[in-house]
Structure formats: C-alpha cells, structure tokens
Design a binder for this molecule. Structure first.
Ligand code: F0G
Length: 482
C-alpha cells in the first residue's frame, strides 16, 4: 500500500483488499442524536449501535475478517478436550513467537486477571511503560501498584519522537533501586501503548528493558494486544529494522519477554486471547487457573470457530500490506484534521486518531471531563462514536479523590479494513466544523458514578444547555442535512 505512488501526487492510502460482504449503516438526524446521547447518559459506551453512523469506539473485536478466516471457521473441531483446532493455534503461536506453552483465555483482561493472581502479592510493584485500564485494575485488585516509567516525551501530545511508547531506562533502574528487585512482581511492556494514543516502542528500547530485567532477575511481560501496529512502526521508523521482514521483527521482539499475553480481539482480528511462555514452572502455575476461570485448556472460553480465525489472523498479521492499513488511514485522518487546525496527537500512532480535548476544549476544566464532553459533542455533530480517554477513565482513590488524567483524549478508533476513505473524510469535515464552534461546547458532571471502571457505565449530564445551542448552530449551518 505505502509503496504505490500516484501520478498526480495526491497520495492517499490505497486498500489492498476489496469488500465482499457489507453492513448497512444509518445516519439518524441531529435532533434524534441529541435525544440518543441524553438517553445514553452522555456516555458513548451506552449508545445503541443502531443510532451510530461510524462506530469508532474501539478496534476491539470489530476489525474486518478475511475470507480465509471465515473459511477456516467452517472447519473448526468442536471437541471439549484435545481439539485439533486448538493444536493448530498452539503450533502457530510457537512458529511465530517461539513460545512452547500456550494457555488460552476468553480475552485480554482474562489473561491479566490470571497473570496478576499468579505474580502480584500485596505490596508488589509493577513498573510499566504505561498502564492500560484493565491491566492496572487487576494489579490493584491483587494488592499491587503500578509505576509508570514512560519516557517524558511520551506524555507530550505533540512531538516528533517516533517511539513515544518507549520506557525510560533510568526510571526503570531507579524503581528497582528504590523498591528492591524482590518487590517487583514483573515489568510490563505494552506494545502500541493504548492510553497515550497508540504509540509504539522501539526494538532497541525493548532490548534495553530486557537487559535490565535479566540483570536483576525480574520477569518481563509483554502485552502484545496492539503488536500489529507496533510491528509496522518498527519496520518503517526504526532504521536498523528496515531490512527485516515483519516475521523477523516479531521474533526479535518475542524472544525478549518471559511471558507474552494478548487480546485476540485486537491481535489477529478474531475474539479471544492467550498467554504464552517458554518457562515450564510459570506455565504450570498459570495452567491451574485456566480451567477455573476460562474453560478447559484446549479452548479457554473461546469458541473453536474464533480459534480457527485467530490462527489464520495471526499468520495474516505477518503481512505488511495487512498491518499497514490501520496506521495509514489513521495518519491520513490525523493529517487532514491538522490541516484544519484541529488539535490531535502527533506523530499519528496506531489504534485510532486521537483528538486532544485539553486543547480542543481548553475552556472546560478537567473535573468537567473535556474528553467526555467532546465525545458527546462529536456524536451530536456527526453520529460518529468515539471513546473518552481522560479523567473519566481514571478511578477515584480510597479517599474519594479523583486523579486528573495526564492527557484528555478523544479516541476515534479505526477498526481495520472497515471504513472507506470517504467515510473518514466525512468524519474530518464534521470534527473540523465542531472545532470552529468549540466555544458552544460545555462540560459534563456525573449523575451516576460506579466505583470501578466508571467510564464503562457511568451516566453524566451536561452543565447548562450547551447541547441544545450546539444543535441550533448545526441546523443553521447544515440546513436539512443529516
Ligand atoms: N491490553 C491492551 C493494550 C488493550 O488495549 C486491551 C483492550 C486489553 C489489554 C484488554 O483486552 O478487551 O480483550 O479484554 N482494549 C480495548 C480497547 C478494550 O477498546 O482499547 P480485552
């Protein structure tokens, strides 16, 4: 895709696939959207998908599958124990990641639950490049705490750094010095670092982290859920890897950690997950919990059809023309928004295009949830559903104090091979309009606030009648357009 040049120079990402099954979309009128977001408590997680035009909430479990994946699903071996379908996946994992033992789980957070139960004790510390919501919650539930050791550049919304997901090696060494290696349950590296805008780490940086872990005898765990994007960025941004194939880069990475886990809803474009390792002792400890929480060892809560699709999906992930579609569409959207002055996270990462709500709505204070307010406003203006990744996604501490997030982002995820470029252009148009009218957007306040993972089902109300004023301006600018 990236190697195709256009004669007139108007370079756009070109899809290396065609759509043969499609799903009808609805774009409901703006008055209806205003009602729908109110019914959803201004939380995009609570919208009904039938009221959504472009669902950019997540790329989790919603990537397009290939014809080869669908075909494989038809020949799944549906046996409770010893399924041939599982053996195929186990072999593919060993072939790609070089790990002998594979333990299946129903999704990524199930792996996090099990790994945390096995490795985290009360008082344990888990240093990591950056936390993900569920990974942190499981560590905290087991009495541990997370220490973020991301490079400072990673938290700068706009930067030229090609690897904003890198670990600060000095911070890692200081953390070990401060707590002592025996208190560190494991070091966690997240590929395609989700909460800072889908930003990758470099292979070189991962090697340095691994060396430090080895020196102190600390377990290194890789969260490979967003590995596909990270592989692509290593290939195109890291000089020393430009002549390596995606398969070779994968192996260089996977030889470093002791344990790899992933959400198959992201990696491999199916639904499920798993943990792999070469450490037999570790495998035996983890294995005890799989039948307890997930299912027998040859399905782990996954449907065998999804396991077949995952095996094919992992193989397809080794194709640069497959894994570059997301990053190239995201770069296109990010750059088009930038041309219109809209504040976005740069450089463009994987996963999705991220709007910088802190700057977009600089008049909305963080305790009024600018990223959540922007999510509601983007839905009203366009029918596009994004996900708040800011203070709403944080959790109050035991004293009820609300930590303010480092960043206030509205994530517009790009499910792989799902949207067309004209749909992306539509989203850019409506977001640019909203940016011109940003003064009309106000904040939100919780009216129902769950204690854990409140962003999933918390309900909020707008402060003032800003949403009605936004709709009135929409109608005066767009007349009878949807
Ligand atoms: N790790 C990372 C980096 C993730 O992005 C996710 C999920 C998980 C673990 C958990 O995996 O959903 O299969 O249980 N991210 C989704 C998202 C929810 O929308 O970004 P899961």
């Amino acid at each position: 895709m990236s190697s195709i040049k256009f004669y007139y120079g108007d370079s756009v990402p070109l899809e290396m696939h065609k759509a043969r099954i499609v799903q009808k979309l609805n774009l409901v009128p703006v008055d209806y959207r205003l009602k729908a977001i109110a019914i959803a408590g201004n939380n995009t997680f609570l919208l009904k998908n039938r009221d959504v035009f472009m669902d950019m909430l997540t790329d989790s479990g919603v990537n397009a599958m290939s014809d080869q994946q669908l075909a494989a699903m038809m020949i799944a071996d549906d046996s409770y124990a010893g399924s041939e379908t599982f053996t195929k996946l186990e072999n593919k994992i060993e072939e790609i990641f070089g790990k002998k033992y594979f333990l299946p789980a129903h999704q990524g957070r199930a792996c996090e639950n099990i790994i945390s139960q096995v490795l985290v004790k009360p008082g344990s510390i888990v240093p990591m490049n950056y936390h993900f919501t569920t990974s942190k919650s499981h560590i905290v539930l087991n009495g541990g705490s997370v220490e973020e050791i991301l490079i400072d550049e990673g938290l700068k919304v706009n930067s030229e750094h090609p690897f904003k997901g890198n670990t600060d090696i000095e911070k890692l060494k200081k953390s070990i010095e401060k707590h002592g290696a025996e208190k560190i349950a494991f070091v966690r590296l997240e590929a395609g670092t989700n909460l800072i805008g889908g930003q990758p780490f470099s292979l070189e940086n991962m090697r340095e982290v691994s060396e430090v872990c080895k020196q102190f005898g600390i377990i290194l765990v890789l969260d490979a859920s967003l590995l596909a994007d990270n592989l692509y960025f290593i290939k195109v941004r890291e000089d020393q890897c430009k002549d390596l194939s995606i398969r070779e880069i994968t192996r260089e990475i996977s030889d470093l950690p002791d344990v790899i886990y992933f959400s198959g809803r992201k990696l491999g474009c199916a639904r499920g997950g798993g943990i792999c390792t070469n450490d037999r002792e570790m495998c035996l400890k983890i294995r005890e919990l799989i039948p307890l929480y997930e299912g027998f060892l040859t399905y782990g809560g996954m449907s065998v059809r999804e396991i077949e699709a995952m095996t094919v999906g992992l193989e397809e992930t080794m194709d640069e023309n497959m894994i570059n579609q997301g990053p190239l569409f995201i770069a296109y959207m990010t750059e088009e928004l930038q041309k219109k002055g809209v504040p976005v996270v740069t450089p463009p990462g994987g996963l999705g295009c991220h709007l910088n709500a802190m700057e977009f709505l600089s008049h909305v204070p963080q305790n009024r949830y600018p990223a959540g307010a922007l999510a509601a406003a983007v839905y009203i203006a366009s029918g596009v559903r994004g996900m708040e990744r800011g203070t709403m996604s944080e959790q109050r501490d035991e004293n009820g104090v609300e930590p303010l997030s480092n960043m206030e982002l509205l994530r517009l995820a790009m499910p792989r091979r799902v949207f067309t470029l004209s749909q992306v252009k539509y989203a850019v148009d409506r977001i640019a309009w909203l940016y011109e009218n940003r003064e009309l957007v106000g904040g939100l306040t919780f009216i129902e606030e769950p204690k854990i993972l409140r962003f999933f089902f918390g309900r909020l109300a707008p402060i003032s009648d800003w949403q009605n004023r936004l709709v009135a301006k929409f109608k005066s600018d767009f007349a009878d357009s949807l």
